[in-house]
Ligand binder design. Sequence first.
Ligand SMILES: Nc1nc(=O)c2c([nH]1)NC[C@@H]1CN(c3ccc(C(=O)N[C@@H](CCC(=O)O)C(=O)O)cc3)C=[N+]21
Length: 298
Amino acid sequence: MSQARIIDGKALSDRIQDEVTAEVAKLKAEHGLTPGLAVVLVGEDPASQVYVRSKGERSKAAGMHSVTHRLPADVAQAELIALVEKLNADPAIHGILVQLPLPKGLDEKAVITTISPDKDVDGLHVVNAGRLSQGLPALVPCTPVGSMVMLRDVLGDNLAGKRAVVVGRSILVGRPIAQLLLQADCTVTIAHSRTVDLPAVCREADILVAAVGRPRMIQADWIKPGATVIDVGINRVPFDDPIKAAEGKTKLVGDVAYKPALQVAGAITPVPGGVGLMTVACLLQNTVTAAKRIAGLE
Ligand SMILES: Nc1nc(=O)c2c([nH]1)NC[C@@H]1CN(c3ccc(C(=O)N[C@@H](CCC(=O)O)C(=O)O)cc3)C=[N+]21
């Protein structure tokens, strides 16, 4: 079997970034509207800091207004809620993203419920999740949207009837991806930690989405030959090279054992350079969508 096609997250995300940049310029010129994104980071998790920085840089590069609020890990729940309420009321802000997971002691559900559904660019609020599940216009989580763009880059609009297996059921990724695949008329299975004979379930998949958060868990022999594999995992692991590992150096790997998978899959997303880049690009896109809806332009 020939080597899988590698789906280029850099090229696809650059295209979205360019579209967003053009749209922002147009909104500014024609409506005096500058889409604004607020990112809230609680605590000092170094991996989160990288993502938060990239979101800030990319939104500024697109001409958007961008602010990052950093709060200490021991911030009081009431103070975090008060910040979200302030951002809800701020007319310069159209998108609010609270980086998850929150440190222990903070109530994630309560924080997410506080975010105005109109500004919920992560698509986490029950209103947006419910709207998505009924096929109504919604703010849809960024990673699922980006994953669908990558999938369509391979399969075009020929998704109807395909067997899709999503491994993972989180509200940020697994569930909304399953909804989008269902909307595209795939036959969707959501697998998870209690699924019996997960390898056999995965082998049924024409489209396999790995969103478990376990480094290299999905093995090559779980993949149907020729399948399209979307690897959502972003896991930091020690280098394989013991000398580098001893220096404490780490690298990013996905939820799929990538190198062996290349020999079996028809197409696959790399990590890094795959879904992660799409997530950031789609966040900017969602912020533009939110700004337009709030301004009554859609
Ligand atoms: N409320 C919330 N929404 C999120 O969307 C969210 C979150 N919380 N918590 C953390 C995860 C993780 N995440 C990533 C986004 C971009 C990259 C990304 O840009 N990755 C690049 C490079 C990363 C690097 O080199 O370190 C890549 O994969 O090529 C990764 C991970 C969003 N998340």
